[in-house]
Design a protein around this ligand. Structure first.
Ligand SMILES: Nc1ncnc2c1ncn2[C@@H]1O[C@H](COP(=O)(O)OP(=O)(O)OP(=O)(O)O)[C@@H](O)[C@H]1O
Ligand SMILES: [Mg+2]
Length: 256
């Protein structure tokens, strides 16, 4: 179980980006974090992994299976970031090095974090690419030779390379067309179920959230204002901001 308790973040410029956020994430479940731009979703996600700019103030607790993550030394946090949890970012932001083939990037990650020999790392990388629906031949390409959707599949494969228990994803499909978006969402759903992982997915798209998540937490002005099952959020929203979000969704549907 991943547990976030009363997490608050103040950036060095004094912006209170997250206030008293509490949530839990169970194995095999998907929790979506939705809310308007600037409400603090990404900040909450990065804070859970101790990835905030220097000088930020963070209070509260983050537990990964009872491990008090934020109290650990930086080096242990770094290990856990790969082995227990993993991060998938928005397509365009993914940190693939442009001058290295995918093979090199996978092998380097696995040598460093799993101590694998290069041949074993290459085999494992090929298996991971198959798991995300790509031909292992993609290992021989450079990042610019791969489409946005395929790159996002590679990023998911990379995130799985240490068999993490939790996957945290920040707007993993925002840069993609709707068909590719649906494919990536289905892929994430399948992987989470097959591997019994917990996934926290940040999105500003409520329709997408309801299609993927077991539960939805709604963020508004740096606070989580409501957490409920997707069905409850859609049919019986309680907080005025959630009601506004649902209303804007149905207005968009009417316009189509
Ligand atoms: N590095 C930073 N330093 C200072 N303030 C920041 C920093 N990053 C974000 N903020 C501020 O913190 C607040 C929350 O930002 P955050 O990026 O978490 O929002 P978000 O919900 O992810 O928005 P979006 O949907 O647009 O990605 C905003 O007011 C933002 O301006
Ligand atoms: Mg964001």
């Amino acid at each position: 179980m991943m547990e976030v308790r009363s997490l608050s973040v103040v950036y060095p410029n004094g912006v209170k980006a997250v206030e008293e956020a509490t949530l839990t994430l169970s194995p095999g479940k998907i929790l979506a974090l939705v809310g308007e731009s600037g409400s603090g979703k990404s900040t909450l996600l990065y804070a859970c992994l101790g990835l905030l700019p220097r000088g930020s103030k963070i209070s509260g607790k983050v537990f990964f299976d009872h491990l008090d993550f934020l109290s650990l030394p930086e080096e242990e946090q770094r290990q856990i970031r790969w082995k227990k949890t993993s991060l998938v970012l928005q397509g365009t932001m993914n940190a693939f090095t442009p001058v290295l083939t995918m093979k090199r990037q996978f092998v380097e990650a696995m040598e460093e974090h799993l101590n694998l020999k290069p041949t074993d790392a290459i085999n494992r990388a090929g298996e991971l690419l198959k798991e995300v629906g790509l031909d292992p031949k993609f290992l021989f390409r450079y990042p610019h030779e791969i489409s946005g959707g395929q790159k996002q599949r590679c990023a998911i494969a990379m995130a799985l390379c240490c068999n993490p228990d939790y996957l945290l994803a920040d707007e993993p499909t925002t840069a993609l067309d709707v068909i590719t978006q649906a494919e990536i969402i289905n892929l994430l759903k399948r992987i989470v179920r097959q591997r019994n992982m917990g996934m926290l997915i940040v999105t500003h798209d409520l329709a997408l959230a309801t299609s993927i998540a077991d539960k939805i937490s709604v963020m508004h002005q740096s606070r989580i204002v409501e957490i409920a099952s997707s069905e409850e959020i859609v049919n019986r929203p309680k907080h005025p901001h959630t009601i506004d979000l649902i209303r804007s969704l149905s207005m968009m549907e009417e316009e189509h």
